[in-house]
Design a protein around this ligand. Sequence first.
Ligand code: C2E
Ligand code: MG
Ligand code: MG
Ligand code: MG
Length: 292
Amino acid sequence: HTKNNGRNGHNFFQPSMNTLAQTQLQLNNDLWHAQENNELRLFYQPKYCAPRGPIIGFEALLRWQHPTRGLLTPDVFLPLAEKTGMIVTIGGWVINEACRQLHQWRQQGHLNWSVAVNLSALQFEQSNLVETVTEALATHDIPPELLTLEVTETTAMRDPDESVRILTELTRLGVKASIDDFGTGYSSLLYLKRLPASELKIDRAFVNELQHQTEDATIVSAIVALAQSLDLKVVAEGVETAEQQAFLTGLGCNTLQGYLLGKPVPPEKVAELPNFALEAEEKRQAALPHSI
Ligand code: C2E
Ligand code: MG
Ligand code: MG
Ligand code: MG
């Protein structure tokens, strides 16, 4: 049977749409198995005390080692996982895995390091989030203040009253809250003041354009000033050049993150990060007997 799809020869479903839908469907299927097949990974990007160290901690960033498509970044599969709700289970795994990794680092002597985990909007709204966090901290014996939960400004401002409630519950556990991608959403300053967050992360879109667009420099200065007046730590993400590093440090931005200082790496590569060698050298120098 062949079916005639209209006289003018137009099909409603273009082959390209079909292929895209099929790819998404396949990806969705694969994602169901990704967890049980241990294909999900966390990479870690260092956060540095401005201007260049020491490392104060890491942001955990999700990767999927897909059997045929290679290493996938969140933009490829996160929207899908959010749509199907799979992000809740995946996000639970992320929290536990980041705590497990931090425990391992602590055993290696890195007692001051902290770890930050991103929460998706759906995950943020789950009533069992507090339990998930409590359990991960207890299982891996993590001091709560060493775990930061990052929520985007957009998520936090979707239902501000509800966000204040959720973040209050979470921060009662002793964990820190951070407002991610700040500057891209629409914050009510009133709510920003009420949110029990301890950190703002300036979106990398502003940091990126710092040297080219003076408006961005003005925005970044304003965000840093706002953060300081609200007694929040301010982190710049996406620092790629020495100029950006110098500008941000000059403004009083306390923490820097970006390719200039360190890319996200798998945990086994953490010891190879740039300023690791520097720190080790400084320690060695400090341990040397002083010559007179
Ligand atoms: P984000 O939380 O704002 O993370 C920062 C993103 O910027 C990361 O992308 C990081 O690799 C990238 N980045 C860092 N420094 C630089 C730089 O200097 N230049 C450039 N061009 N990019 C830089 P990534 O890993 O692809 O993650 C993208 C987003 O996916 C994250 O944005 C976060 O919103 C989300 N995400 C990542 N992991 C998780 C997770 O475990 N759970 C949830 N819910 N979301 C996650
Ligand atoms: Mg983040
Ligand atoms: Mg961000
Ligand atoms: Mg982002």
